[in-house]
Design a protein around this ligand. Sequence first.
Ligand code: SF4
Ligand code: SF4
Length: 689
Amino acid sequence: MQTGARIAAGFAIILLSVGLAAGRIKTLVSLLAAARPAPERRRSLVPNLKYEVTKVLGQRKLFQWSGPGLMHAFTFWGFLVVQVTLVETIGELFSPEFKIPIVGDHEWLGFVQDLFFVLVSVALVTFAVIRLGNSPERLGRRSRFFRSHMTGAFVILAMILGVVATVLVVRAARWALGTLPYPRWAFLSRGLGGALDGLSHSTLRWLEDGFLLAHIAVVFAFLVVVMNSKHLHIFTSPLNVLFGRQPLALGRLRPLHIDPELIDEETVLGVGAIEQFSWKQLLDAYTCTECGRCQSVCPAWNTGKDLNPKLLMMGMRDHLFEKGPLLLGRKTAEEMAGLASKSLVPDVVSEDVLWACVTCGACVYECPVDIEHVDAIVDMRRYQVMMESKFPPEAGVMLRNLENSGNPWGAPASARLDWAKGIEDDLIVLNGKMPPDVEYLYWVGCAGAFDDRAKKSVRAFAELLLAADVGFAVLGPQETCTGDPARRVGNEYLYQEIATKNVQMLKSKGVRKIVTACPHCFNALRNEYPDFGGDFEVIHHTQLLEELVRAGRLVPSADLDRRITYHDPCYLARHNGVTDAPREVLDSVPGLSRAEMKRSRGRTFCCGAGGGRMWMEESAGKRINIERVEEVLATDPEIVSVGCPYCMIMMDDAVKDKIAGGEASESVQVMDVAQVLARSVRAASGVAK
Ligand code: SF4
Ligand code: SF4
């Protein structure tokens, strides 16, 4: 083929594809521009660069699923290598002898390129096998590709294979012609080139030119297809990670800082329409790869509820594209009359979906592209609660109790110290400022104060502090809820009121260090109160116990001789990364034989109480606590240990159900880590009852 014709054909393909892709990019960017601004995302740009390197270039989160992760890493790194061969391909349009300046004839480059062609091909076959093995037709809703775009995925796999195959033929022809810059180390090209060796020079040149143009056609068609499919993540995921809440969108929720004086008819609290999400939240929806990792760990979906975090993201994306022409002024409201009556909740996201979330964060933890599902769900709840006054009736009871009594149980403040009956005289109940020799404020939490089972654990912890001679004080009747349940169900206004008052009260008492036995209080005080001016040093009781045991101030000496399992609370392990301390405390107790569950540490499975679900009926599907306790009981424990009063209540209920059904031994006990330690310490000090 004449050089001019080759260049013209090549550039015609490139220009057409780039034109089509550019049109699509313009639409995608315009939709983001129409969304709510998120100035806080710009501030995180520089620190996030290190996550960009580990999560995108290093594919770190993909490796949480080692097999598919490795295959994805091959494909991703192969994609980078293909960018180098693309430069060579475009150069070859101008000259069949083209090579990249400086490194273009280094044999190692040819070797790396060929190696990745092999690895990418292996990965593509593996992906196809994984998809066929997990097909929704076979597994129904248990398939992680349930309602994912399967055909589109296979088209993409075929196109990537086409990219590799076409460039290999070009390289083989070049090897046979003697123009390949890496004649020795490009082992695959050399092998294939050997098979073409007997062909005439002109045939080889036609092969080279034909497959060169075919390669360009597949690569640039791929660009257009990617821009219009879920494989958009190839381009958006580096941006999503770069602008994400790092290391993960867990723990803290974004405050709204509502000023009642500034509220008017224009004010929107939360998200009630797709364009009210921030541009980052819409970028999340663009970026979903439909891999279903989030779905496979979601406690709601896996116990038969309608909530599926993958389908949530896909639904948001589809609705955005559906409403796009209206948002961008390309169509009028009359032309899109069908959309007028369609609201985000319940038409795009049903109420059952919205309220099923336990905010456990498992979806966020697993998502390879750092999508922030919990933030989106809470934003939609905020709108429902604060703008529409719509929420499950039981959540309404909890919110009323919070407003009227300062705790979700609706119990009187005077009962806040009932857990301490018999040891009140040993406690400092703070009335004025923290005395100088008192190190910690012990924040008991509402569950610990009012639930009979949890009371035993908060008491055990207090007794251990006394035994170890730790200076601590409690607030007694002055303590109120941190506001966490109100925030998780979407009543940000009530949360803001409670948090502001608590911060003022704690500051007025000169509190600096707080220890709490509740991971929900821990999360609020540690991660969320700083947004309201409360900068306290906050630790979980298992962390303090671990310190005290390590320092020899608590000596577990009685041999308990029991089999034990530890259930990680989501708000401790996943949202806050505290996983070693409770295990070290348990492992310090002689005679305990501790079994680990598969879903543990950051990958723990929720007890079902988070996200305000503690106070809501769970009528759909199987109860989440039952699902979890079955996993617990499979380790054959005599003690189920927990580090959270909510988990204590949920696990205890589920164990009792199992005992009643004859599926668990009557001797199985649910105990807080503090109770287990106290039982062993008691033998030496005689303090813990
Ligand atoms: S936070 Fe938990 S319950 Fe909610 S969508 Fe994610 S995995 Fe499911
Ligand atoms: S949200 Fe994340 S984990 Fe879930 S399907 Fe999409 S990319 Fe996969």
